[in-house]
Design a protein around this ligand. Structure first.
Ligand code: AMP
Ligand code: MG
Length: 364
């Protein structure tokens, strides 16, 4: 655990959104300081394969306690729910059950996550698809994330991509809620056809944001907090000096700087998807990690990064991935259907904002 003590720390520090690019050291603290005040505590660690940074405005003991609980929550979420590698998780069990007639028992919470994913699949016309597991495994995306040497990668053959694509498609994923009275039954079953696999990589951080916000709400002694989970940032409550939260949006062309700043009150989930977050190079070609289910290859929508601003984490995370694939026109329409604001950074450097985003974003 790495903990940064901060009796008087960077208030108004600009948190940069967007995971650091491969090969770079993960950022472990706010990038700029605008002013400073006492009463906030900063922490940095890793969880769910990414860097977690927290700034908590509370008494020291309460902040420390929240930090410990939040890291425990993230560890549990990975271990018990989302990991496709750990045999203790629901996703692992679902994947292992593929093809079984009796399906796989899952929690009501997991069923809700999958239901949101299915809705986004439909509304994005298949661009967002959590059943891409066979394809993401073929591309070996998980290995690219480790900031490790990815030597040895070679682009999969078209036949292999076609074969993997034949094992994808959320329309084939079925969720059955328990028979208990009312719609809030506590458990459910999921049925995944043989050979298919889930990959919840596009929504995991969003799910974590929602759970962290619930945890913050349980702790009455916390007046404000900002939590960064790789490409996703959660703002909560207020700072002691009443100044707004500042979130920097990384420049996809130079991830050591920001293209601009979002100025936000508490209660927002900010999520970014970008082609610079995970990628691999082979034979002079650069492949990124957001795959277009229509082709099986990295999406080529002319977008380099998308940031989505919304109140519910899972929506923001899912939407930023979907918007990356759909491009600005369709993506912005989709985001607005969910009441979300969006910002697209295009390959030619153009920045395209939804109308509502204009009041939050200030270009550098
Ligand atoms: P994000 O960084 O939130 O945009 O999520 C990207 C991750 O989601 C990738 O690393 C894959 O694990 C997975 N993924 C890639 N393409 C898609 C897609 N079209 N729909 C859903 N998940 C995807
Ligand atoms: Mg996402």
């Amino acid at each position: 655990m790495k903990r940064f003590l901060c009796g008087a720390i960077l208030f108004g520090a600009v948190f940069s959104i967007g995971s650091c690019a491969k090969g770079q050291t993960p950022p472990l603290s706010g990038k700029e300081s605008e002013d400073s005040t006492e009463g906030a505590w900063q922490y940095a660690d890793t969880a769910m394969g990414t860097v977690v940074q927290e700034t908590v405005y509370a008494e020291k003991d309460i902040a420390n306690c929240f930090y410990e609980s939040s890291m425990e929550l993230l560890g549990k979420l990975e271990k018990e729910d989302l990991s496709w590698r750990l045999d203790t998780s629901q996703v692992y069990r679902i994947n292992a059950s593929a093809g079984e007639k009796e399906g796989c028992q899952i929690s009501g919470e997991m069923a809700s996550v999958l239901e949101s994913c299915l809705e986004l699949y439909e509304r994005s016309q298949g661009a967002f698809d959590v059943t891409l597991g066979s394809l993401t495994r073929l591309w070996d995306i998980d290995k690219w994330a480790a900031w490790d040497d990815t030597g040895g990668f070679s682009c999969p053959s078209r036949e292999a991509v076609e074969q993997a694509l034949s094992l994808c498609g959320s329309e084939r994923l079925r969720i059955q809620r328990g028979d208990g009275p009312g719609s809030g039954s506590s458990d459910a079953k999921v049925f995944l056809p043989e050979g298919m696999r889930l990959d919840l990589g596009a929504v995991g951080k969003g799910v974590a944001q929602s759970r962290l916000r619930d945890l913050l709400e349980e702790e009455t002694g916390i007046t404000g907090a900002v939590i960064s989970l790789g490409g996703s940032i959660l703002t909560y409550g207020v700072k002691t000096d009443g100044s707004p939260w500042k979130v920097g949006i990384l420049d996809p062309g130079d991830t050591s700087s920001n293209i601009g700043i979002l100025t936000l009150e508490g209660g927002w989930c900010v999520s970014t998807s970008g082609d610079y977050e995970r990628y691999v190079e082979a034979d002079g070609v650069r492949y990124h990690h957001i795959l277009d289910p229509a082709t099986g290859y990295p999406a080529q929508s002319g977008v380099r990064g998308v940031t989505v601003l919304v109140k519910e984490g899972i929506l923001g995370d899912g939407l930023s991935t979907a918007c990356f694939i759909l491009g600005p026109e369709k993506g912005m329409t989709l985001a607005s259907e969910y009441g979300a604001e969006s910002l697209f950074v295009m390959a030619n450097g153009e920045i395209i904002l939804s109308p509502g985003m204009e009041s939050y974003f200030q270009e550098k």
